[in-house]
Design a protein around this ligand. Structure first.
Ligand code: ASN
Ligand code: ZN
Length: 335
């Protein structure tokens, strides 16, 4: 694993005790990591001013937060850690050097607004922004949410999937897919990998995750399968078939236990799907995103892009290519 120039110790609300890339010197450490393109985290102090950069977090002893609930630095620890993991994941797994592939990191802003239960990427500031959630006690800074938001940056500078219609659903799914991929890759014992989005942050207030990739309709709104007109629903729901494709390509259909979570994934035609594995599915999606998808790619185009990517990476005659196509058929995206 790529090591930071300086390693602080952080205590995140979700990530537990982690190593953080920091800089500075005794008495004045900075939550800024020059070994990862200047990845840094700032404090918005509950402002809702989108134009504000915020104040860079500093610390005297390079031990960030004490792990007690409500510590002002704990959201910063989680956000900073999520961004550094996502940086490392794209670098180590996909050979990508930051969002723009130019070695320059985005930054993270925490404590946005009051009880704001969301997080977002914004091209203009080249930054991720995180609210503190209900009662300001559940910041939206878990690994999967941070990776989701940072991936919006990657999508913006690669395929540029337009954030409406079917391309909007594919944009959202891309963020959920790499949110899950980063969380698995991190192997953090406090927040092990799963095919759920936002299971740690309780954004719904009832303990349920925001999204279920094995069966997207479990959230009550997302689509399990493609249908004509899916482009008219919210992009966080039209992402369903692509999230479902990623799950099926990774794990296959039916019932499966992964890291203590039981999944049960249906298929449109009732035919079983054999998996290509999570790593291959993520590599295929990344290549499709960065090589073949455009701002206007729709579901049919995503199928074609991933099949082309699978052919490039694993050959056109192999089992991987075949299973990728079967996973699309299972979410009702056909030739
Ligand atoms: N958290 C949301 C997302 O990243 C914010 C939004 O709706 N754009 O998708
Ligand atoms: Zn999103």
């Amino acid at each position: 694993r790529y090591q930071a120039v300086m390693n602080g110790i952080g205590h995140g609300q979700y990530a537990g005790r982690v190593t953080l890339g920091t800089s500075g010197s005794a008495g004045n450490y900075l939550l800024k990591d020059d070994s990862r393109g200047g990845n840094r985290t700032t404090d918005l102090g509950h402002s809702v001013d989108d134009e504000m950069t915020g104040t860079l977090f500093t610390d005297a002893d390079d031990i960030w937060s004490d792990g007690k609930p409500g510590h002002h630095q704990s959201a910063a620890v989680d956000a900073h850690y999520g961004a550094q993991l996502t940086w490392d994941y794209f670098k180590d797994i996909h050979g990508r050097n930051g969002i723009r592939n130019d070695g320059v990191a985005a930054y993270s802003r925490v404590h946005y607004g009051n009880a704001y239960t969301n997080a977002f990427w914004w091209d203009v500031c080249f930054c991720m922004t995180y609210g503190d959630g209900a009662y300001n006690t559940n910041p939206l800074t878990s690994i999967d949410v941070a990776a989701h938001e940072m991936t919006h940056g990657v999508t913006s500078y690669t395929a540029g999937l337009r954030y409406s219609g079917e391309s909007g659903g594919l944009n959202e799914a891309t963020s959920d897919i790499f949110g899950a991929a980063v969380e698995f890759w991190a192997a953090n014992p406090s927040d092990p990998g799963d095919y759920l989005e936002g299971e740690k942050v309780n954004a719904n207030g009832d303990g349920t995750p925001l999204r279920h990739m094995d069966r997207p309709s479990k959230d009550g709104d997302s689509a399990d399968h493609w249908y004509p007109g899916i482009g008219r629903i919210d992009v966080h729901y039209s992402s369903g078939p692509a999230n479902h494709w990623f799950y099926l390509a990774s794990e296959g259909s039916g019932t499966k236990l992964v890291n203590g979570v039981t999944y049960d994934s249906p298929t449109y035609d009732g035919k079983p799907v054999n998996p290509v594995g999570r790593d291959a599915a993520a590599r295929i999606w990344y290549r499709a995103l960065t090589t073949y998808m455009t701002s206007a790619t729709d579901y049919a185009g995503a199928r074609a892009a991933t099949l082309q990517a699978a052919a490039d990476l694993y050959g056109k005659d192999g089992v991987v290519y075949n299973n990728v196509g079967n996973a699309w058929a299972a979410v009702n995206v056909g030739p």
